[in-house]
Design a protein around this ligand. Structure first.
Ligand SMILES: Nc1ncnc2c1ncn2[C@@H]1O[C@H](COP(=O)(O)OP(=O)(O)OP(=O)(O)O)[C@@H](O)[C@H]1O
Ligand SMILES: [Mg+2]
Length: 213
């Protein structure tokens, strides 16, 4: 089972939106997917409770019992687990990152958000887990976007597709859905699909390295 954790110490960076969007797309294209909400705010859980479809399945266990919880999911045939996390630093975060096959760090292209990336980076680097940045909520056609890519690329890999700021993200969430579940294919859905393809490619690279060791 692949474990993907969204982490960003900056509030509102796009963790929850990215987790649910990627999880729904993964379930559709790549296999049985579960989501775990470790944020006391419970946004991911509230979204899932508004949802009609049962997949991806919402699972519940304490981070302190992560290993046991993950083993059960694996035994039940879950292939991908996406984990949403709170923006605050909490002691269990290090434990969680220690289990991650890939950490996704969403960042809004703004000077304030870029300034705050250092805190998340420190956490991820201490855990020593592979990570990628994903630019989210970018306003179309702004220079900020390119500046953000250049700034982030100094610290790690940046997903080549940027998720733009569009109302279809919160609109889809009203009914517990995501942008890839719209009737017609939208640009937002295409962006999510491309980011997911990048994430899967990163997971495959990681898996290859492990077998090489
Ligand atoms: N691509 C997008 N386009 C438009 N709105 C978005 C997009 N991504 C996220 N949002 C909105 O921005 C807000 C913050 O996003 P989200 O809740 O995903 O961030 P978060 O990192 O999980 O926040 P927190 O740190 O509070 O948990 C939400 O209202 C969400 O609907
Ligand atoms: Mg959140």
């Amino acid at each position: 089972m692949h474990i993907i954790v969204a982490a960003s110490q900056k509030g509102g960076a796009g963790k929850t939106t990215l987790v649910r969007s990627l999880a729904v797309a993964t379930q559709r294209t790549f296999g049985a997917t579960a989501i775990l909400d470790t944020d006391p705010q419970g946004s991911l859980t509230s979204w899932w409770n508004r949802r009609e479809a049962q997949e991806p399945v919402l699972v519940k266990f304490d981070v302190s019992e992560f290993e046991a919880g993950a083993s059960k999911l694996e035994a039940a045939g879950i292939e991908f687990l996406f984990v949403d996390t709170p923006p605050s630093v909490h002691p269990e975060m290090a434990v969680l990152l220690g289990h991650a096959d890939l950490v996704i760090v969403p960042v809004r292209p703004s000077p304030d958000d870029l300034d705050a990336v250092g805190d998340t980076l420190a956490l991820v680097e201490t855990a020593g887990c592979p990570f990628v940045f994903v630019l989210t909520q970018a306003k179309p056609r702004t220079r900020l976007q390119m500046q953000a890519v250049l700034a982030l690329a100094k610290h790690g890999k940046v997903a080549p597709t940027v998720i733009h700021d569009r109302t279809d993200f919160p609109t889809a969430a009203i009914a517990g859905r995501t942008v890839t579940e719209a009737e017609t294919e939208t640009t937002s859905a295409r962006e999510v699909t491309e980011v997911l393809e990048y994430v899967i490619a990163q997971l495959r690279k990681g898996a290859r390295k492990e077998t090489e060791v």
